[in-house]
Design a protein around this ligand. Sequence first.
Ligand code: HAM
Length: 416
Amino acid sequence: MILKSIKGTKDLLPLESSRWQHVEQVVRGVFHRYNYKEIRTPMFELTQLFSRSIGELTDIVGKEMYTFTDRSGDSITLRPEGTASVIRSYIQNNLGEAQPLVKVYYMGPMFRQERPQAGRLRQFHQFGAEAIGSPTPETDVEIIAMAAEIYRRFGLTNVALKINSVGDEECRPLYKDVLRTELLKIADKLSMDSQKRIGQNPMRVLDSKDAQDMFLTAGMPRITDHLNEACSVHFERVKELLTLMGIPYTVDPRLVRGLDYYTKTAFELTSDELGSQSALAGGGRYDLLTKELGGKQTPAVGFAAGMERLMMVLEKNNLTAPALRPTLFIAAADDAARSWSITTTMELRSRGTSVETDFLNRSLKAQMREADRQLARHVVVVGAHELASGKATLKNLDDHTTRDVDLSLLAESVMD
Ligand code: HAM
């Protein structure tokens, strides 16, 4: 029996991985310009970390986590997202001691046992950033602007920004009471999941993807009409700054996000080219999480983006980067040139050029085909004659021009 990969997971094949590398490099470049530094946390953590931070009543914790008991009897979970681990690490390593505002980013695989479909995987990849230690709306806007800039960098113009405020520990409970009262009036018509949530977390009902739920809750009271002074001032400033920076947005009072740790600002970047999984990225402020996880109360804000979804929109718009290509292919015209080809290939590689040659003792014709297949930028054919004269013909495979070059200056000759 041939073993296959697990449903909802994907191999990243060589052609694709070079596109990913390019995208990751651009994303790292944006993070660097905003002065965010990389943090790498483990891919698995104690289950409690996620249930306490993301929230017991969320789909992620309730239905989607890959949780198992390890050989020591600990309950372990493959990380479904990055924020909880970053905050765990922030507390554990006293990162706040060295500086009041810690700005970190991460990239890597996350795991959620969702029903796989286009743009939804069980092992997917996120890049994201967290700014820990600032309560200001300016920091929210830095995070939003940085996320938006990443898509702009790739030439994607069709990305919409939705923002909301989900209130804080003072005004949210009051809003929840108002919402619960309204929801209870129509409870029997709502989906079972939504009915279960009315009691403890009625706002989650607004996030239901059930068509009937969406229809029935369309006219429900809005959080934006129930914010206290502090949340309201904060939200107004976020909007004002976005406008000043020329970042278009719409306010969506139903935006509650799939995780429970948010306070004040919540946002999503969406693309209508993604079908039902339209969220490219999401994030927001989470001022209570650090305390919830046992640290000092520390305001924080962040976002995370789906890598596969970004790749999907790039492909749809023909914006994927070209594959990585060797700069030179050295073809050996006869046996006399084989040793020279191999040693020169190795030498040029160690001097920094990407070079390929023939390792399968193929005919010259087959080697030329291989140079094409590898998308080499240049090819040089070397035989006894070229070795004797020290000169050969270098062909540019992109524009098909040729020129005579010194074999001792091959590396210089292929420099773009
Ligand atoms: P999230 O909205 O759960 O937020 O995920 C962020 C992004 O990850 C989504 O917008 C989507 O692009 C991608 N994503 C999520 N699930 C899948 C999946 N099953 N398959 C493919 N892509 C997926 C968070 O994870 C928060 N930690 C964001 C955050 C950071 N908030 C504050 N800081």
